[in-house]
Design a protein around this ligand. Sequence first.
Ligand code: SF4
Length: 370
Amino acid sequence: MHKNEWIPTVCYQCKAECAILARVENGVVREVKGNPRARGKMCVKGMAGITTLYSSERLKYPLKRVGERGEGRFTRISWDEALDIMEKKLRELRDRGEAHTFTYSMFPHSTTDPKWRFVNAVGGFISTGLPHCDSGKIMAHLHTFGCFPNHHIAPMYYTVPKGGLMILSGRHPFGCLDDACVPRDILNAKQRGAKLVVIDPIFRTEAAKADWWIPIKPGGDAALFLGVCHYLLTHNLYDKAFCDKWVRPGDMEKLMKFIKDKTPAKMSRICEVPAKDIVKLAKMCAEAKSVCIDAFKSIMYGNAMDWGHVWSILLVITGNLDNPGGQPLPEIAPMAPVTPVPPAPNLKELGYHRTGPNKDKFDHYNFILE
Ligand code: SF4
């Protein structure tokens, strides 16, 4: 038993999982702070984590509903009983070829999160995640790159060089939403000579710190960046060497065809950012030493997947993947295969349902992601 010592651990008040130290006194956490060996920051939400740990409301064991749904009556059951109930229901679904009807509100923390293996073993699932949190980005990055950034969800701002460009699109790190080190890292990068562009309908703290604040119609980010991609691609300002090396044969042609009518003038009518500013942003992206983008609130709309895909494409055509100041990609650790392979779900279509005004539309990712 630890009498009174500082234990290295991680905060789990949000998914940034900042490295922290916890002072444990006779088995009770008394104090937490950022771990100086890992850039040493913690936000107020993280510091309040001790109250969650010892809250009388904290769920510590499985509960089974005994009354009618909504009645609020539950009884405590053992973990074995809870696991048996879930296993039986999932097995029944799989045996009926309906594993895909299993709805799982999962938030994978990395490409190699064991939760992926769990859904592989079940044989399919419906993700509820798209306009929730930044799942649109995660799923779009996953479909485009085959992986998504783990651990530090945000770009690694401490790697942004002089002349680099940081774009926050509906993202509010100065409110300490995800990764307590980010505000300081962004300001340090600015001091090194990097530029900060903030795209947000509202002038917030981030805008006050920015070199350029671009007000935008809420939900217009995908259109804005399609206009940026259009300008880069049609003015030969994209990173051709990177695309030649990394983009699958034929996909650039499909992208060129798709982007043809997404002109800054046309996209301006959707996002309400003047076309000349879309062009200016495109030129900044082309001239910058590195470009990184981060979004959060802007990727919680019904078009979350569209915005996530445009975001992914912009990183590719500017060659900003796995470079200092760009979007880091994780190492993919090998995982044990699922055996036996579960039967394929009995599905007519693969893809995703939209939410919002186009909710009846079904997309198949057939744009450059076939
Ligand atoms: S950003 Fe704050 S709440 Fe999130 S993990 Fe870091 S310290 Fe905890």
